[in-house]
Structure formats: C-alpha cells, structure tokens
Design a binder for this molecule. Structure first.
Ligand code: ZN
Length: 187
C-alpha cells in the first residue's frame, strides 16, 4: 500500500486482522432475522471475542502512543477527531464485551451484545484508518530518503575540498591562510 509507510502498513494489517477476527467470532451465532433469539454464546466463543477485544484495546493504545511519539507530522484536527472517535467506539465495544455486567439485562441479551460489539469494531476501524493515514503517510519515508541523500552529498562535498600543501588539512577554497598551520596560499 503506497498510502502508508512501513509502520503504518504494519499497524493497518494488525487492525484489519483484529477487525475481521472480532467480526467472524461475534457474527458466528448471530441471528440476523431475529436478533433477540440469537443463542447464548458458548464459553469458548465468549473467550475468543473477549481476547480479541482486549487485543483491539491494546492496538488502539499502541497506535495512540506511537502516533504521539512520532514527530514527523503535525497533528491536525482530522487526527484529533479520528483518535477521539476511535476511543469512543473502542469503549463501546469493551463496554458490551468486557464490562457487560454493569449494563441492564435488556441490552445484554446475546443478540444486542453481539450486535453492539460488531458495530463497535466496524466503526472503530474507520477512525483507526484516519489516524493511520494522518500519522503514517508514505511521504514520510520519501522525506527520510531525501534527507539521507542530501547528507551523503554534503559529505562528498567535504571530501572534495582542497587541502593545505603543508599539513594536508582540509581548507575552504576561499581561505588565504591555512587555519591549522598558518601557511599562506598562492591562489
Ligand atoms: Zn596547513
């Protein structure tokens, strides 16, 4: 993906993997025709969803920490909105999957619960992409390569500077005296 740099591409894949994983496990027992008759999820399925949602929270935390540490780009309004939205949906997802005991029984029936976790992960994916595109664009890699080339050219320039015939110290072409040994130059 040419839109993101290497860090961004890695984080994109982690996010995609977690999103598809949560969708797969939560929708496995979902009764679309009649959500209220969605069967009670098995202990194994519950564990898989809970673990993946936990991993999604860790991912959001990792994404936030890395993007704050990364100073390559200024953080604008789209970045702040994306990050805010990401955490809102991550909280919604964790409320239904990890902390459902504090919700009322009406909205923790399996159909509701699975539906909200699914919506949470679907809507979390979009702001996560917003953060990634804002903070990890491929142009950062280009800037880094340009910087390295510029540095190399500068070093080469220094290598090609003339030197003092007496002490062999590097001197600027405009110098009239050697700054090291003081000898006067002819030209
Ligand atoms: Zn000299």
């Amino acid at each position: 993906m040419a839109l993101l740099n290497r860090v961004g591409f890695f984080l994109y894949n982690v996010c995609l993997f977690l999103t598809i994983g949560i969708l797969f496990f939560t929708l496995k027992h979902y009764n679309i025709a009649d959500p209220t008759s969605t069967p009670e999820v098995s202990a194994n399925l519950e564990f898989a969803v809970t673990a993946l949602v936990g991993a999604y929270i860790l991912f959001a935390l990792l994404l936030t920490v890395i993007s704050i540490m990364q100073k390559a780009r200024k953080k604008g309004v789209p970045y702040a909105i994306s990050l805010g939205a990401l955490w809102t949906f991550v909280m919604l997802m964790s409320l239904f999957s990890l902390l459902s005991f504090i919700l009322s029984d009406d909205i923790t029936t399996p159909g509701w619960k699975l539906g909200m976790v699914t919506l949470g992960v679907l809507f979390s994916f979009l702001p996560a992409m917003g953060v990634l595109l804002n903070q990890f664009p491929a142009s950062i890699d280009q800037e880094r390569v340009l910087e390295a080339i510029k540095k190399g050219l500068k070093n080469e320039e220094r290598e090609n500077l003339p030197f003092c015939p007496e002490c062999r110290a590097k001197v600027e072409p405009s110098f009239k005296f050697c700054p090291k040994c003081g000898v006067r130059f002819m030209d």
